[in-house]
Design a protein around this ligand. Structure first.
Ligand SMILES: Cc1cc2nc3c(=O)[nH]c(=O)nc-3n(C[C@H](O)[C@H](O)[C@H](O)COP(=O)(O)O)c2cc1C
Length: 511
């Protein structure tokens, strides 16, 4: 199938444009915090704030500012059950705006990353010999990204003896939460059959100083890997990293295909390999520059009630049984910062992480669906409820082909409602999409109800993890699609009239 992407966003020239001034890999979370601080993107909170509910109240208020507000560094956090601040700062909302999200990935403009992915998917093959020679360094660069294991790292400067999770300022976010939860962990596992690493972001409920829940959904990597250990009756080793270059935690949340190492992807994004150190009590590696590393294991067959948890749906996810993580060691930097996020009624910080994913993964969607011009996961849709897709329609039923493909593409399989629109519609303008949807759709002819996997957090699914999906063909209809009445033109003013009105408005000082 030919891959067509708009020529203006093609290849190396575009990549170079983004790369010139922007490239910057952080050596650690502290460096990112400094950058936020120096550029006025960080609010330092010196007064004591409680890990129980109070941090959420602050963070939620900040995240609801238009554009996401600023990052918050709580310098004096009172741990749950204590009266005095613990001395470990808590960082929240670091990813919570388009600007900071791009900075977290080391670029000024997020489009620089999909541009690099496009250049790999469809490299511009030079015609003459000299240009071919010039390409060699670019190809060599491909080999530079895999993670490297090093002898030591700041994440092991201090060994907590004995390990005790209650020493960390883990927050209880919402009133009906079952307890305190780690919310930004990089959960590292290895597949039993071939040792391939997976890094996922799964919340972890603290049960006591040595155990947590492991809330990996059945569709996600960690859960898939555990299945193999369960079959073999073997204990699964798990390492949890907190912090490091902010690209690391983002990568743990990115919907990479099974078998692609998130730390390889992180190396690609930051254009510098991730450095890993060997864990002390388990046979896994973890990022050398992390703030904390928590080592441990999950026993096959063991589960425990987890939740409820005020979730990114804006509702509490219900209690359910999940695997249990047993801690064997905790190491950390000398002066660690605890990274945290709060999820809840949208938009929250995770909307911006999802936005980065939406932008970065567009070229991969276009590889299999070249007719897709753009798509959007609006904040109100909390990633899986609404997907708006803009296509270049070429044949009858084209919108149905696209929605069916979306339901087969990685984590887009969870999409509950898919709306397909024509190329003139701005999919990032939810109000415009709803306007077009209402006007262009004939409920029976232009909708499709099908079945498939549903997100674990979708409380409307009658059975957990399985249910219906609905597609809306909101493109203009053709006679070949059974529309035998004339289709109306869109109302658009003549350019010349607009230009004249513009000029007059300027003269009158109205614009
Ligand atoms: C802040 C945040 C919290 C998340 N919490 C969970 C969670 O508790 N369980 C889960 O399965 N996925 C959670 N996710 C989504 C996964 O991290 C995401 O789908 C990721 O791609 C899974 O990777 P995997 O397929 O390698 O497991 C969360 C994402 C974010 C951004």
């Amino acid at each position: 199938m030919p891959v067509t992407v708009p020529s203006e966003i093609c290849y190396h020239k575009t990549v170079e444009r983004y790369r010139e001034a922007d490239r910057m890999a952080y050596t650690n979370l502290g460096e990112f915090i400094r950058r936020l601080d120096e550029s006025g993107e960080l609010v330092r909170v010196a007064q004591p704030v409680r890990a129980e509910l109070e941090i959420t109240a602050w963070a939620d208020r900040m995240m609801k500012h238009p554009g996401g507000g600023k990052a918050l560094l709580f310098e004096n956090v009172v741990r749950i059950g204590e009266k005095e601040p613990c001395g470990i700062p808590v960082l929240v909302n670091a990813y919570g705006s388009k600007r900071r999200m791009a900075w977290a990935l080391g670029v000024e403009d997020i489009e620089g990353i999909p541009a690099r992915i496009r250049s790999l998917l469809k490299p511009e093959i030079p015609q003459d010999f000299v240009d071919k020679i010039k390409m060699i360094p670019q190809l060599v660069e491909l080999t530079k990204w895999p993670p490297r294991t090093v002898g030591s790292g700041p994440c092991q400067e201090v060994v907590m003896d004995p390990p005790d999770l209650t020493q960390l300022p883990v927050c209880k976010c919402w009133p009906k939460d079952g307890g305190a939860f780690f919310t930004l962990p990089q959960v590292i596992t290895k597949r039993l059959s071939d040792g391939v690493r997976n890094v996922g972001m799964y919340r972890m409920q603290v049960y006591d100083g040595r155990t947590t829940g492991m809330h990996w959904h059945i569709h996600h990597g960690g859960s898939g890997y555990l299945d193999e250990y369960v079959k073999a009756g073997k204990r699964m080793e798990v390492a949890v990293a907190l912090g490091g270059d902010p690209v690391l935690a983002y990568s743990a949340s990115a919907p990479l295909p099974d078998g692609i190492d998130e730390y390889l992807f992180a190396g690609f994004v930051r254009e510098k390999p991730v450095e890993l150190v060997k864990c002390r009590t388990i046979d896994l590696e973890a990022p050398a520059d992390a703030e904390y590393i928590i080592e441990g294991y999950v026993d096959p067959g063991e589960s425990r009630l987890e939740g409820p948890f005020g979730d990114h749906t804006g509702f509490y996810s219900l209690e359910d049984r999940y695997p249990v993580f047993h801690v064997t060691a905790i190491t950390h930097r000398k002066n660690p910062v605890y990274p945290h996020t709060v999820v809840g009624p949208p938009p929250m910080e995770d909307f911006y992480m999802g936005w980065a994913t939406e932008r970065i993964f567009l070229p991969l969607i276009q590889m299999v669906l070249p007719e897709v011009i753009d798509y959007s996961l609006p904040a109100e849709g909390i990633f899986h409820n609404w997907v708006f897709v803009k296509i270049r329609k070429r044949y009858p039923g084209h919108a149905f082909k696209v929605m069916n493909a979306i339901w087969g593409l990685g984590q887009l399989m969870f999409s509950k409602f898919v709306v397909v629109v024509d190329e003139w519609v701005d999919v990032h303008d939810t109000s415009q999409v709803l306007w077009v949807l209402g006007n262009h759709c004939e409920p029976e002819r232009d909708t499709l109800v099908t079945k498939g996997p549903r997100d674990a957090l979708d409380h409307a699914a009658p059975i957990a993890h399985f249910g219906n999906k609905m597609g809306f063909d909101a493109t203009g209809k053709w006679p070949e699609e059974g529309h035998n009445r004339p289709w109306p033109d869109r109302i658009v003013m003549d350019d010349s009239v607009l230009r004249k009105a513009d000029e007059t408005w300027r003269k009158l000082g109205l614009s």
